[in-house]
Design a protein around this ligand. Structure first.
Ligand code: IYR
Length: 231
């Protein structure tokens, strides 16, 4: 049977509630769209973090915001591990730098190194100890039933990618900076952060204030015409 074209949708055996939706006048929509775009367009990724502390509540709010992301079958296949313990951050940095050293001095193909050159990245990761928080996003490749058996999760890469985007936007919106660091490979994070085998580290995001001397590469974003097609 198909859905009726009008009237409330059929809900089957799962309860549905009315959508809480605030209708905005067109001019207000446009203003909000412009304001949000302008704000997001000011976001930059920097590798230079201040050691200035950041209250835990801000990190909690960024994670709560990330947790509002849509996900495959609403399975919310993410775990955010928020690290502020200096000793643990130092261990993460040491392990990440060891992997990165191998990456930059031979493991990475030449064209990958060439692609990174304008960004000025190297194996030194001071942000992992300078930033007051290092948030590691783990993707749950599957769930676990109460009896320990596997529960299939759907579109976990996409879901976690969207959640990461929400997290990054939240951090920017609150006036902090973050960096999507991808140590390669990342398996050491499972061990250091004691995560179960169904969780795979996906992104390492230091969060904090930028250092007073923070610099960013002089690069531009693709214009609308280069990232969209209209038909
Ligand atoms: N994992 C390395 C390399 C790296 C890869 C990409 I793609 C980047 O955009 C930036 C860095 C590192 O973190 O340095």
């Amino acid at each position: 049977m198909t859905e009726p074209t009008s009237g409330p949708p059929r809900t089957g055996k799962h309860p549905f509630v009315p959508l809480a939706f605030e209708r905005r006048p067109p001019a207000e929509s446009l203003q909000r769209a412009r304001d949000f775009y302008r704000e997001m367009d000011r976001r930059r990724t920097t590798r230079h973090f201040s050691t200035e502390p950041v209250p835990r509540e801000l990190i909690e709010l960024a994670i709560r915001t990330a947790g509002t992301a849509p996900s495959g079958a609403h399975q919310q296949p993410w775990t955010f591990v928020a690290v502020s313990d200096p000793a643990l951050k130092a261990e993460i940095r040491r392990a990440a730098e060891e992997e990165e050293k191998a990456f930059y001095s031979g493991r990475a193909p030449e064209d990958w190194i060439a692609a990174l050159a304008p960004l000025g990245t190297d194996e030194h990761k001071p942000h992992l100890t300078d930033a007051p928080w290092v948030v590691v996003l783990f993707r749950q490749s599957h769930g676990l039933e109460a009896d320990g058996s596997k529960r299939t999760f759907y579109y976990t890469q996409e879901s976690c990618g969207i959640a990461a985007g929400f997290f990054i936007a939240a951090v920017h919106q609150m006036g902090l900076v973050t960096l999507t660091h991808t140590p390669n490979p990342m398996a050491f994070l499972s061990e250091l952060l004691e995560r179960p085998p169904n969780e795979k580290a996906m992104l390492v995001m230091p969060v904090g204030y930028p250092a007073p001397h923070a610099r960013v590469p002089d690069i531009a974003r693709k214009p609308l015409g280069a990232i969209s097609v209209w038909r």
